[in-house]
Design a binder for this molecule. Structure first.
Ligand code: 6PG
Length: 258
């Protein structure tokens, strides 16, 4: 049976990606408002891939952008590909084009992972130090809590750059690591389970029929995080919410909440 912390994850179903993204934009705005009202600032780790693009575009629309205190947010990324910032595959570039450029966010509030650097271990350590500086936590100690972490999930059950059967899944100390992804023959830099699970809110967005098998396995299947790394990501004291569309939810057996 799925681990009970997975079962406690809130699952919200929507017709399609547009409805999912619109609802996720509401939740993003709510969580940012609460964080800035409570702590005066908000730390967000953005997701990469293609699913979150629509969320970012919606947040940047005239109807919505006036509702968020953008100047209180520090933007980080959950992971990055080993490509330059202007490369089409860059997670930074996608979010910059879809969201950040529309909002004129101050450069010192945008914390890009420099995954293109030759020594990715040093790039990862530098990123950990940047997280420690901005979130005011001693680097190397207990991971600080991001107010909000956005995540996607691959059809193989990976999230961020935590891919099946990779060493990074066992990382318990470092907050950020560089890694080679054998299945893709590519290099990445990613946040690890310890810092992701320290988050106050984890918001997964999963859309499309190609994710249906993995989503059912992650949320309802046996606990097997080496095979399904998204099962590793369960907040220690925060909350996790899965925003899924009907195509991705097609193989879930749990009945949606009324
Ligand atoms: C990345 C992401 C990755 C992504 C999933 C889903 O760098 O690609 O961090 O974890 O969220 O692969 O990607 P899609 O949203 O494109 O399906």
């Amino acid at each position: 049976m799925a681990d009970d912390r997975m079962r406690r994850a809130m699952i919200r179903r929507y017709k399609g990606l547009e409805e999912l993204s619109d609802a996720a934009a509401d939740e993003f705005s709510r969580l940012v408002h609460d964080a800035t009202a409570t702590r005066g600032s908000c730390s967000v780790a953005l997701a990469g891939g293609s699913t979150p693009r629509r969320l970012y575009e919606i947040l940047a629309t005239p109807a919505r952008k006036g509702k968020v205190q953008w100047d209180r947010i520090d933007f980080f990324w959950g992971d990055e590909r080993a490509v330059p910032a202007d490369h089409p595959g860059s997670n930074f570039r996608m979010a910059k084009q879809a969201l950040l450029d529309e909002l004129a966010i101050r450069a010192d509030h945008i914390h890009r992972i420099e995954a293109e650097r030759e020594d990715r271990d040093v790039a990862a350590l530098d990123y950990q130090r940047e997280i420690a500086r901005v979130l005011r936590a001693p680097s190397g100690g207990k991971p600080p809590a991001f107010d909000l972490v956005l995540l996607g999930m691959g059809a193989d059950g990976h999230t961020a750059s935590l891919f099946p059967n990779t060493e990074v899944l066992g990382e318990r100390e470092r907050w950020v690591v560089g890694l080679h992804v054998p299945g893709l023959d590519t290099e990445r830099v990613t946040m690890t389970a310890p810092i992701l699970n320290a988050a106050r809110h984890l918001l997964f967005m999963v859309s499309g029929a190609d994710k249906a098998s993995a989503l059912a396995a992650v949320l309802e299947g046996p606990h097997d995080p080496m095979r399904l790394p998204a099962q590793l990501i369960r907040p220690i004291s925060g909350a996790s919410t899965w925003f899924v569309d009907e195509a991705a939810a097609a193989k879930l057996t749990m009945r949606p909440l009324p």
